[in-house]
Design a protein around this ligand. Structure first.
Ligand code: ZN
Length: 582
C-alpha cells in the first residue's frame, strides 16, 4: 500500500473510533495558522501510545547537565504499556545500556526523521527476538546495533515495545524523541503532538547581574535578587531598582500542564529593553554536542547551592548554545545616570500561554557599597586558555585548555592523600584529571586503590576512576570537590532472591539475584548454567539480576548456576547453586 493511503487509513480510523484516545492535533485551525512558520510535517507522526498524552517532562527542559532531548509521557505509574511506531520506517538502531536510555529503540522514517523510544521494559516480539539473538551471540546484556534498512521494517502503529523504567529513569514513563537527519532532537510538539495545557508559566525569581566590576545594582557590584510583585493574568512586576553601567537579568520560571503536577520547561523566552528586543531563547531544537552548555546558561553555583535553576538572559563568553538567538549587546542593558528604563521578560509555553515581568530601572551612578562577602581562600586560578596544574603531596590535578569557560579562582588545599578542590560550583566544559603517584605504596595494596570523590555530610567515597599507567593512578571528572585515594579490598555480594540451592524451579518464570558492592561499585557480571552463558538483565537502581526462563536456553534437568561479579578495582565473587527443572 502506498504511504499516503496508509496514513489516510490510520487517520480515518482515529477519527471514526477513537477521537479522544490519541491526543494528537491533526490540521486544526490553530495549527494551520502556526504551520506557516513551522517547517515540520504535521500529519506524519502519530502518538507512540494508545493512552492520552500527559507529560512528566517537556522538550529542552532544564535537567542535570543537559537539556531534555524529548518528551516524557506518563504511563499511569506502571510499566508494560504498549508503544507503537509513530510512522512507517525501519529500525535503525537498538541500544541496551545499564544507564542512560536503558532499552532504546530508534526508527528512521522515509522523510528523514528518526523517532526514539527509551527506557523500554522490552521490545515488541519481532525486535525482541532480533536483539536477544544478538545478546546471546555477544554474551552481553548491554548491546548496540544498527540494523540495515531492509532488516526490521515497521508499519505506523505497529507494536514495537512496552514502556518501562530501564536505565537512568526515575519512574515508569516513555521518553519519546524526534530527531532530524543531523541527529538534532526537535520538540515533538512541533510535529503536532498535543498535551493539554491551559495554564500560564510561573515566574518565581528574578535576578539582576552586573556585567563587569564597574556596574552597580542597588549600589552594589554583585548579583541581586529582586522582589517580585505578582499581579493578575501572569503579569509580574519587580520593585524599582537603581543601576548604572551594563547589567543583565536572570529568571527562574517553569510551566505546568493541566493534568500533571510536574514542573516542566518553557518553550520561549524573550527580553526587551525600552522597547528594543534584547535576546530570545527558543527551546525548539538543539544538538547533542551543545547540551552540556546548559551549565553555562544557568547560574551553576546557585543551582548547586540552592537547587534553583536561574536562566541567565545574557550571553557570556564561550557559550555556543544555538537556543539563544536575536542578540543585542549579548542581552545586556546599558544604564546611564539619571535615566528611567524598563526591562521586560516574556515567557511562553508551547500552547502560547504567557507570563511576563516588568523591571523598572532608575539610572543612578552612586557610590559603590561594600560586597556582602569575599571568598578569601579562592587563590588558585584555573586558566581558560592554558593548561593549569595544581600540585598536591603525591598528586597532580590537570586542567587542559577550554575546561573552564573563563579564568576562574578556586580554593585548593591538600592533606596527605586528600585533595580539597573547592566545591562543585564551577561549570566545566570537559573533564579535568587527577593523578596520584603510587611510589609510596606496596604492590599488594596498589591493586585495590581507586580515586574517589567524597560525597555528602558523611564524606562517603564514591568511585570516579582507577586508570593505571606505570606508577600512576588517574581518574577524570567534571566536578570540583574533595577527592581521596581510596582502597577497596571487599568483594561484591551476590544473593539469590527467589530461589535456594538444590530446589526445583520448574514453574518459575524468572531467576533473580541481587548483587551489590560497598566500595568501588560493580564493574561487570557473568552468569552461566552448565558452562553456557545465560542472559541476565541488570538494573543498577535495584541491584537486581534477572534471567527469563522463557529465553528457553536452560533445557537440562540438573543445572549448575555460576554467577561471577567483579567490582571496579577487580575484586570478584563467585556464586554457585544447583537447581532442577523439567
Ligand atoms: Zn525523558
Amino acid at each position: 500500500m502506498p504511504k499516503y493511503l496508509l496514513l489516510r487509513a490510520v487517520q480515518i480510523n482515529i477519527f471514526a473510533f477513537m477521537p479522544k484516545v490519541f491526543n494528537f492535533l491533526f490540521l486544526t485551525l490553530i495549527y494551520t495558522s502556526l504551520s506557516a512558520q513551522n517547517p515540520y510535517p504535521q500529519d506524519y507522526f502519530q502518538s507512540p501510545m494508545d493512552i492520552p498524552i500527559i507529560l512528566s517532562g517537556s522538550f529542552a527542559e532544564l535537567r542535570s547537565n543537559h537539556f531534555h532531548s524529548g518528551i516524557d509521557i506518563k504511563t499511569k505509574g506502571k510499566e508494560g504499556v504498549k508503544v507503537n511506531a509513530s510512522a512507517d520506517g525501519y529500525v535503525s538502531r537498538i541500544k541496551i545500556s545499564h544507564f542512560g536510555y536503558g532499552k532504546a529503540l530508534y526508527i528512521t522514517h522515509p522523510n528523514g526523521y528518526t523517532t526514539v523510544y527509551a527506557h523500554l521494559q522490552k521490545f515488541g516480539p519481532k525486535i525482541e527476538g532480533f536483539i536477544k539473538k544478538l545478546q546471546y551471540d555477544k554474551e552481553s546484556f548491554e548491546v548496540e546495533t544498527f540494523p540495515k534498512n531492509t532488516e526490521l521494517l515497521v508499519d505506523q502503529g505497529e507494536l514495537v515495545g512496552y514502556s518501562g523504567n530501564t536505565g537512568g529513569s526515575g519512574g515508569p514513563h516513555l521518553h519519546f524523541e524526534i530527531r532530524d537527519n543531523q541527529e538534532r532532537p526537535i520538540n515533538p510538539m512541533l510535529f503536532g503532538v498535543k498535551a493539554k495545557d491551559s495554564k500560564r508559566p510561573r515566574i518565581t525569581n528574578v535576578y539582576a547581574y552586573p556585567r563587569d566590576d564597574q556596574a552597580l545594582i542597588n549600589g552594589k557590584n554583585e548579583v541581586q535578587q529582586l522582589r517580585l510583585i505578582p499581579a493578575a493574568n501572569g503579569v509580574y512586576q519587580t520593585e524599582k531598582i537603581t543601576a548604572y553601567g551594563e547589567i543583565g537579568f536572570g529568571i527562574v520560571s517553569y510551566d505546568q500542564q493541566d493534568l500533571a503536577p510536574n514542573k516542566n520547561g518553557l518553550s520561549h523566552i524573550k527580553t526587551r529593553f525600552n522597547g528594543t528586543d534584547k535576546l530570545e531563547v527558543d527551546f525548539k531544537r538543539f544538538s547533542f554536542s551543545e547540551t552540556k552548555h546548559l551549565n553555562r546558561f544557568i547560574d551553576y553555583a546557585v543551582y548547586k547551592d540552592k537547587n534553583r535553576r536561574i536562566q541567565k538572559l545574557f550571553l557570556e563568553k564561550n557559550n555556543p548554545l544555538s537556543l539563544i538567538t536575536n542578540l543585542d549587546n549579548n542581552g545586556y542593558c546599558k544604564i546611564e545616570d539619571s535615566t528611567f528604563s524598563v526591562y521586560k521578560i516574556l515567557v511562553k509555553d508551547f500552547d502560547d500561554n504567557t507570563a511576563s515581568v516588568r523591571i523598572p530601572i532608575h539610572g543612578l551612578n552612586g557610590e559603590m557599597l561594600p560586597k556582602a562577602k569575599e571568598n578569601n581562600t579562592a587563590k588558585h586560578t584555573i586558566s581558560e586558555s592554558a593548561t593549569t596544574y595544581l600540585q598536591g603531596q603525591n598528586s597532580t590535578v590537570t586542567f587542559y585548555p577550554n575546561t573552564v569557560y573563563e579564568d576562574t579562582n578556586i580554593s585548593f588545599k591538600y592533606s596527605a592523600d586528600t585533595l580539597f578542590l573547592d566545591v562543585d560550583r564551577v561549570p566545566m566544559q570537559k573533564n579535568f584529571s587527577i593523578s596520584y603517584n603510587l611510589d609510596a605504596y606496596q604492590d599488594k595494596d596498589i591493586d585495590h586503590l581507586y580515586i574517589a570523590r567524597l560525597y555528602g555530610y558523611y564524606k562517603k567515597p564514591s568511585y570516579i576512576g582507577a586508570t593505571r599507567k606505570g606508577n600512576e593512578l588517574s581518574a577524570r571528572t567534571k566536578t570540583l570537590g574533595s577527592f581521596v585515594l581510596a582502597s577497596d579490598t571487599e568483594a561484591p555480594k551476590i544473593k539469590p532472591v527467589n530461589f535456594q540451592n538444590k530446589k526445583w524451579l520448574s514453574n518459575y518464570r524468572y531467576l533473580k539475584l541481587k548483587i551489590s558492592d560497598k566500595e568501588s561499585g560493580i564493574s561487570n557480571y557473568r552468569a552461566t548454567v552448565n558452562g553456557k552463558w545465560i542472559l541476565m538483565e541488570y538494573d543498577y537502581k535495584t541491584g537486581m539480576l534477572v534471567h527469563d526462563f522463557n529465553d528457553e536456553v536452560i533445557n537440562e534437568t540438573t543445572n549448575n548456576l555460576k554467577v561471577i561479579v567483579t567490582d571496579n578495582v577487580g575484586n570478584s565473587s563467585t556464586f554457585d547453586a544447583v537447581f532442577y527443572r523439567k
